[in-house]
Design a protein around this ligand. Structure first.
Ligand SMILES: NC(=O)c1ccc[n+]([C@@H]2O[C@H](COP(=O)([O-])OP(=O)(O)OC[C@H]3O[C@@H](n4cnc5c(N)ncnc54)[C@H](OP(=O)(O)O)[C@@H]3O)[C@@H](O)[C@H]2O)c1
Length: 289
């Protein structure tokens, strides 16, 4: 076994590499953390050459890459460039994980929470704030599980665009875009939905109490900044039943998110050929949460 220190190379698309991601890396057992901010696709080749031409193939599982930052689209471009630069044919590759804005680990934790109470195959779900980085991942994972997923947005065109992106990743996805901007639109979007996951912006109420439909069995809110996203679900709720609905708040999901994030980072060092994006992190989450 190699005893080289575990090095994590953090490629962050924001000017300042995320402190949150850095703390989690240290807590996950990373021994050396090289953090780069303001990373754009054109910077990637040089950075990855430094990672893969220094240690031989037998030690490259002790080097890994984490792509983060607040902009998931920018992170996706950086991830694509990392993959393009690696040379698997010669064993010159390192494992890489994308979790811009915590999108993949948070979505995995939320969908795992839902799966504890509902059979996700065919589940009638509504993702509020479904156009954001976290909401898109939540909708994608629910679609992957065979759910019938409505993707909510204040603007119908944005929700349709989000569905199109999901269909490209999950070919048979049963997803449809719905407008949720007005009370009437929200009521239509909620009709018959047994699962609601709110992934709206911090501090925005997406589901007021009076708009709740009786069909909702499980409601999960990911917003941790008051006012909360689903009125009547408390931040710390974790599978708590209130008025006939099982609820999770952001902190209730956050425990599992942290567990998945840390375990995924540790897992990066098991091999040098892994790519962790939404589906892989979700699959992995099944063994740890
Ligand atoms: N619990 C955890 O561990 C954890 C980890 C990471 C993130 N989070 C939380 O997860 C949530 C989603 O994160 P994100 O980065 O995907 O969020 P985001 O991009 O800031 O917002 C998601 C969506 O919310 C909608 N929105 C924005 N402002 C709104 C307003 N004033 N009223 C209603 N809707 C509004 C927008 O959709 P439209 O414009 O299309 O309507 C936007 O695409 C956030 O609350 C974040 O703090 C939690």
């Amino acid at each position: 076994m190699s005893d080289k220190p575990r090095i994590l190379i953090q490629l962050d698309t924001d000017a300042h590499p995320s402190v949150f991601d850095r703390v989690v890396a240290v807590d996950a057992g990373v021994e050396q953390l090289f953090s780069y901010g303001g990373v754009k696709p054109e910077h990637v080749q040089g950075l990855i050459h430094g990672a893969m031409f220094t240690r031989g193939p037998k030690d490259l599982h002790r080097t890994a890459v984490f792509v983060g930052g607040s902009d998931v689209s920018a992170g996706e471009l950086v991830l694509a460039e990392v993959r393009k630069t690696l040379l698997p044919k010669w064993g010159l590759q390192v494992s890489v994980m994308l979790d811009s804005n915590g999108c993949n680990t948070t979505a995995a934790a939320a969908v795992r929470a839902a799966s504890r109470h509902l059979n996700l195959q065919g589940v009638a779900a509504l993702v509020l704030g479904g156009t954001g980085p976290v909401g898109q991942r939540v909708a994608r994972l629910l679609a992957l599980e065979g759910g019938d997923v409505r993707v909510g947005s204040r603007q119908a065109a944005r929700s349709e665009a989000a569905c199109e992106t999901i269909r490209r990743r999950v070919p048979n996805a049963l997803v449809s875009g719905v407008a949720t901007g007005s009370g009437e639109e929200l009521a239509t979007a909620l009709d018959g939905r047994s699962l609601v996951i709110a992934a709206g912006a911090a501090g925005a109420v997406l589901l007021p109490k009076q708009a709740r439909s009786a069909a909702i069995t499980v409601a999960i809110d990911l917003n941790a900044v008051p006012p909360l996203g689903i009125e009547g679900i408390e931040m710390g709720d974790k599978g708590k039943e209130r008025d006939g609905t099982i609820g999770y708040g952001a902190l209730g999901v956050g425990d599992a998110k942290m567990k998945i994030h840390k375990a995924a980072i540790a897992q990066l060092f098991a091999r040098n050929d892994q790519v962790f994006d939404a589906e892989e992190i979700y699959e992995f989450a099944k063994s740890v949460s």
